[in-house]
Design a protein around this ligand. Structure first.
Ligand SMILES: NC(=O)c1ccc[n+]([C@@H]2O[C@H](COP(=O)([O-])OP(=O)(O)OC[C@H]3O[C@@H](n4cnc5c(N)ncnc54)[C@H](OP(=O)(O)O)[C@@H]3O)[C@@H](O)[C@H]2O)c1
Length: 279
């Protein structure tokens, strides 16, 4: 089965299950293995790859460059500019450095990693220039709360935002109260980062119980729980090939009403607004 897709506001379809890269590229001895894991993920259809100039100081982008060499056209490539670089000129320079490390001439979706001191108008102007020059396909944001999003779309050009990448998993449900409905109402998909809470949630007994009922793993249940929702893309990071395969199979796992009710009891949804969490 192929991985389902969701549409960005622009109409571009992206797979709902992709691959993260945080902590890749930290140690040169691990790079070949990490690139191989990403290539395995591509072979299995997880063709959206998320990276950032921040990760391993550019090292993760270099691993991605190695992984996608010779198969760039299969990949929907996402990278991010650091807030401190997100001035008009700084964003363009950062993107050009990322392109070199990624060994490509374009990033499909370029995100502001979190809000910093530069005005949105500066970053948007840079994104527009990069789009005009064909260096990025589209742009989005990450770690923006509801007020930030309202301010962003109220900024000239801000309605071009294609996604908000957010910390979202069973143990981090705060966005369900207001930010996720707001994004859904505007057709802006959420990219759920740390979708298995960097592994910390996998020993939870309820997650294990639901997983056992399906002959699945806790990670698969955590991912399937995200993927059952419209407008959610999950980007688990895996350097271990067994984890890559495990995650891919999550796209085929269907949770039933009993599962969802049990998970809601163990991981309750928010009853009111909560400050946006981030890692
Ligand atoms: N925008 C932002 O501010 C932001 C912040 C955080 C993350 N992100 C993005 O989101 C991606 C994912 O988040 P994350 O890396 O923080 O955490 P994550 O994907 O929730 O967890 C990654 C950890 O879980 C392990 N793992 C993966 N699949 C597994 C499985 N099936 N069973 C058991 N363990 C498994 C990995 O081990 P192995 O590597 O050994 O396989 C790794 O230690 C990042 O890599 C990054 O691209 C974005």
């Amino acid at each position: 089965m192929t991985i389902p897709t969701t549409r960005l506001p622009s109409g571009t379809a992206v797979p709902v299950l992709g691959q993260g890269t945080w902590y890749m590229g930290e140690d040169s001895r691990d790079r070949a293995r990490e690139a191989a894991a990403l290539r395995l993920g591509l072979d299995l259809g997880m063709t959206l790859i998320d990276t950032a100039e921040m990760y391993a100081d550019g090292g993760a982008e270099e691993v991605v460059g190695e992984a996608i060499a010779g198969r760039r056209d299969e990949v929907f490539l996402v990278s991010k500019v650091l807030p401190m670089n997100a001035s008009r000129r700084g964003t363009i320079a950062a993107c050009e450095r990322s392109l070199k490390r990624l060994r490509t001439d374009r990033i499909d979706l370029y995100l502001l990693h979190w809000r910093g001191s530069h005005d949105f108008s500066e970053t948007i102007a840079a994104f527009d220039t990069l789009m005009r020059d064909g260096k990025i396909g589209q742009w989005g944001v990450s770690n923006l709360d509801l007020q930030d999003m309202e301010e962003l779309v109220g900024t000239p050009g801000g309605e071009g935002v294609q996604t908000n990448q957010l910390l979202y998993n069973l143990t981090r449900r705060g966005i369900e109260y207001d930010l996720q409905p707001w994004c859904r109402g505007r057709g802006i998909p959420i990219m759920a980062y740390s979708p298995i809470e960097q592994g910390r949630m996998l020993r939870h007994p309820e997650l294990r119980r639901v997983a056992d009922r399906h002959g699945a793993t806790p990670a698969q249940v955590g991912l399937a729980w995200l993927l059952r929702q419209d407008g959610v893309v999950a980007i688990p990071k895996a350097s271990d090939p067994a984890h890559v395969r495990d995650n891919r199979a999550a796209a085929d796992l269907r949770l039933d009403e009993q599962d969802l009710a049990d998970l809601d009891r163990a991981f309750p949804p928010p009853r009111g607004p909560r400050p946006l969490e981030m890692l």
